[in-house]
Design a protein around this ligand. Sequence first.
Ligand code: HXC
Length: 514
Amino acid sequence: MSLKKHILDLRKRREKVQLGGGEKAIEKQMAMGKMTARSRILALLDNDSFTEYDLFVEHEARDFGMDKKELHGDGVIIGTGTIYGAPVAIFAQDFTVAGGSLGLMHARKITKIMDHALKMRMPLIGINDSGGARIQEGVNSLAGYGEIFYRNTIASGVIPQISVILGPCAGGAVYSPALTDFVFVVDQISKMFITGPNVIKTVLGEEISMEELGGARVHAEITGNAHFFASSELECFEQIKKLISFIPWNNTQKAKVFPPKEPKFNGKIEDIIPADPKQPYDVRDVIKAIVDDSDFFEIQEFFAPNIVIGFGRMNGQTTGFVANQPLVLAGVLDCDSSDKAARFIRYCNAFNIPIITLEDMPGYLPGVDQEHAGVIRHGAKVLYAYSEASVPKITVILRKAYGGGYIAMNSRHLGADFMFAWPTAEIAVMGPEGAANIIFKKEIEEAEDPDKMREVKVQEYIERFANPYVAAAKGYIDSVIEPEETRKLLLHAIEVSSNKIDQRPFKKHGIPPF
Ligand code: HXC
């Protein structure tokens, strides 16, 4: 055969295989409102940057009539490309080929690209759209999953791992995304569950739709499995691109530095906080008044909204923000918000991202529900994560810093490098009312007018303790600052800590309160 004929033959083969499960299956996929695996990759990556591997891989299964089935690419596309010039490794399961089910060769393709990503120290993106373990391949599919989970774990904290759920992700398949750093879901399209509606009906006799059981909103709002929620696939890809722009390619690097930009905020930062300390406000407004271009990229926006986490840039440098949200539950720490914050702090630490903590909270949420849900165990994660983090850690106390909350929210005592407090800060063991009721119990009870006496004692307590000056006098706070000075001082703190070295004793790993 001449070279030209060889090339034509290659093109024909490529075209056939690139069609995945064929035109009918593609039509079905699109009728479900879903893009195809290939179009997803092309929409996400920089133009012309995708290079595919293992296009011609075929399955090797022989049982249950599989010997007669051709499964193009074995239901998954793998390759490398770039996003805003950053190298990424990617796989996308192709639902048009045997429902994107995972057999031995399908798994081998995924583990190949995972190994490649780890060796080349680049982010890994996995697009999941699959019926789970390929039933006809039995233990081979289970082995495949195990090998993926193992690699997810080995790569954790070394390269960023991103999971995108764009279809069903059922059974054990959910655990690979759960082991990765960021999970993206799309309204009406993403479905994640361990046991599906059929099993639930058989075992428990309960009827539930896939959407109610494990749809995108469920994971974005209730379970916290998802970090980003989008209303369309294209919006989801924009979110992924934005995330990639904020994070470094691996744990030996820092995130790309962008040209600095002043916040777009024109008002006075202190005007965001109401004069009455009991009135709530949106802490995201404070973040936007501080970060470059007022561009704050929030993570897990709809889950445990009593804490706010996300990335912003300070003089062009990616910075992680952890902030109590007075708008929701007065910004308390509870089981879910502790989990949310702790995981994010560990992410920032693993990937060399400085952390700014904005504090305004009355402590841990009291109540039987929280105690029984394990607020001790979950709350401890925040203490662990902050103490463990050796990246630059800066705290600004805006208002309340009571009790365990004062310690937990990156206090000096957990290794904060810089502690700033606004003059409105109240640093105390507990709120003035509760404290006065306990320590002045006798005086209040014995007074002629107990209510008046309580008021007097509350005021006495506020004057003595509910301010930043007691803590500042002991050096627990480095500086009491005017709100307008916040950005300037934070920029300075980040600048002077860029060579921070914080060496810890050798250990294999700690035992965090998982
Ligand atoms: C083999 C599968 C498959 C699977 C789907 N298909 N799932 N083939 N193994 N697990 C095939 C179908 O036979 C069909 O093939 C094609 O994919 C499309 O599937 P449909 O059912 O027609 O699509 P749809 O109606 O959209 O339903 C999608 C679905 C459903 C909800 C995902 O297919 C489903 O419930 N599948 C099984 C899910 C499951 O229980 N998986 C195993 C989980 S256990 P044809 O040839 O007709 O096009 C597990 C253990 C892993 O994963 C443990 C690891 C630790």
